[in-house]
Design a binder for this molecule. Structure first.
Ligand code: SAM
Length: 312
């Protein structure tokens, strides 16, 4: 019988070692699946997993909650909502989509998850329902077992997640086979008139605002085709994209401007950096754009969102 030469023995043992390490790594990656990971400190997670400035629920309501509540209606019409399902809302904020689901599908169970504890607190107080359960968590590491939900939804949140592909993979992981996975994000650059009025005016006055405008209008998934491509990349089937629209109605310039003096959302995040003189200059310029030379009073602006759905 031919004797094995030492260098062949070495190659063989190397192969076994490499194979063993590969299997070990696979097992370790299974053990470290996000769902089983020990919960991380929420401040650390907020610093790394989101680009959204969240401060308090009431501020968010003035800034965006009142509009997301309105957008929930066409979004649910697009995703469909049979009664009796288990539904997940990823990035639930102050809970408008969860509440809309609970109101429409009375036998469904709804879980809302958001990274901002203050929004989750607000949701528990203001959008509670026996069928809804809220928790603090990261879209990129959802604390639910695989194949838990018949419908996994996300409204106006994924473009603020630092790793949107990871969040989409998580949405797909927790969806049952055949479940609907759907999301909507603002068409920030092309279809968000009220926000454009603010950022275009600010950018004309201040180059730093121009940088923030660029960041705001190039957020992931917000440009044409990006949401659709992300759904296909994420392995979802029968992917369909559409555009949803609402109108944003303001009763007066004050109603329009006040949210920018708060602590929630990208516009307020910029205004917070200004000293008083610059803030007043900006207010005057934005007011002129709002009034268009007419009396103060109601104004109505269109807002478009991209929406996508696919089958897990
Ligand atoms: C514009 S708000 C939308 C909230 C809610 N879906 C609505 O329609 O009113 C964006 C939300 O995404 C949440 N968010 C951002 N990054 C997140 C992440 N990595 N995990 C979970 N939630 C996140 C924010 O905390 C915020 O509540």
């Amino acid at each position: 019988m031919a004797r094995l030469r030492p260098h062949l023995l070495c190659t063989l043992s190397d192969k076994i070692r490499v194979r063993t390490e590969w299997i070990g790594a696979r097992l370790a990656s299974c053990r470290l699946s996000p769902y089983k990971e020990a919960p991380r400190d929420i401040n650390t997670v907020m610093a790394t997993s989101t680009t959204f400035l969240a401060s308090d629920g009431a501020g968010y309501e003035r800034n965006m909650g009142r509009w997301s509540k309105r957008l929930a209606t066409p979004f649910l019409a697009f995703t469909r909502l049979p009664d009796g399902e288990r539904v997940l809302d990823v990035g639930c904020g102050t809970g408008h989509l969860c509440a809309a689901i609970a109101a429409r599908a009375s036998h469904s169970r709804v879980d809302g998850v958001d990274i901002a504890p203050m929004y989750v607190d607000y949701a528990r107080l203001h959008n509670h329902h026996p069928m809804i359960s809220y928790s603090v968590g990261d879209a990129c590491a959802l604390a639910f077992p695989d194949a838990s939900f018949e419908r996994v939804l996300s409204l106006l949140a994924l473009h603020f997640v630092t790793q949107p592909d990871q969040a989409i993979a998580e949405m797909r992981r927790v969806a049952k086979p055949g479940a609907c996975v759907a999301a909507a994000v603002w068409d920030a650059r092309g279809g968000f008139v009220a926000n454009r009025l603010f950022f275009d005016t600010a950018a004309a006055l201040d180059p730093r605002a121009s940088e923030r405008r660029a960041k705001n209008y190039t957020r992931p998934l917000t440009r044409p085709g990006e949401l659709l491509a992300a759904w296909k990349r994420g392995g979802l089937r029968e992917v369909v994209e559409t555009q949803l629209h609402i109108r944003m109605e303001f009763s007066s310039f004050d109603d329009y401007w006040t949210p920018y003096l708060g602590n929630d959302g990208p516009g307020a995040e910029y205004v917070r950096t200004l000293e008083e003189g610059s803030k007043q200059r900006l207010r005057k310029a934005v007011q002129a754009a709002y009034l268009d030379g007419e009396e103060d009073g109601p104004r109505s602006y269109v807002a478009l969102a991209w929406a996508v759905k696919g089958v897990a």
